[in-house]
Design a protein around this ligand. Sequence first.
Ligand code: 5GP
Length: 207
Amino acid sequence: MNKNLHKLFVISSPSGGGKTSLLKAFFEDEKAKNLIMSISYTTRKKREGDEEGKDYFFVSRDEFKIKEKNNDFLESANVFGNFYGTDKNFIFSKLKFSDVILELDWQGAESIKKIFKESILISLIPPSYQDLENRLRGRALDTDKTITKRLSESKIEVSKCLTFDFLILNDDFEKALLDLKDIIFKKLNPKEFKSRVTDDLLKNLLD
Ligand code: 5GP
């Protein structure tokens, strides 16, 4: 990555992994006020509570395709049957002045790491798949079919965390939030971070 640019953090987790709530709490910290959260484009239908231009820019498939053709995306991917893309201009303009956080699936994380070798990939690991299911059902925003689809892909997302720089265990909201703040505010090196994700847990999740 160009040395003049600030840091780019990518946060990924399986669906229901809790990244949105964690990031919301993270941005309530005074120290996060100079950090920028990227807003992606998506063809996904708006869910209850979603705000245009805050959560996403909601576009049709045709509009998405035009943006893709115009090379407007830094990366884009089909996630659970909908398209999502990161606005290239937004990222480059913001990185000149501040650190930027992206919330992406594993495909997006891999693409960003190829473009920005110094980007920092953070994966939120659930204590169990049951925990993901409880969260997806508890938030009651998706249909049964959508929840099943999202859960069926969670193992792939977990398997991809092995190449990430930091693994945060999201078994306890406050602990996970502290871990995230440590990594981002203290600009920790992966070797300085004591992850609570054990080899046994990963083995169980990947078996
Ligand atoms: P959701 O529909 O629940 O908001 O997001 C579904 C998944 O798409 C999440 O894993 C989220 O991190 C990911 N996602 C959101 N925006 C982007 C993007 O611009 N690119 C990629 N690759 N994934 C994204």
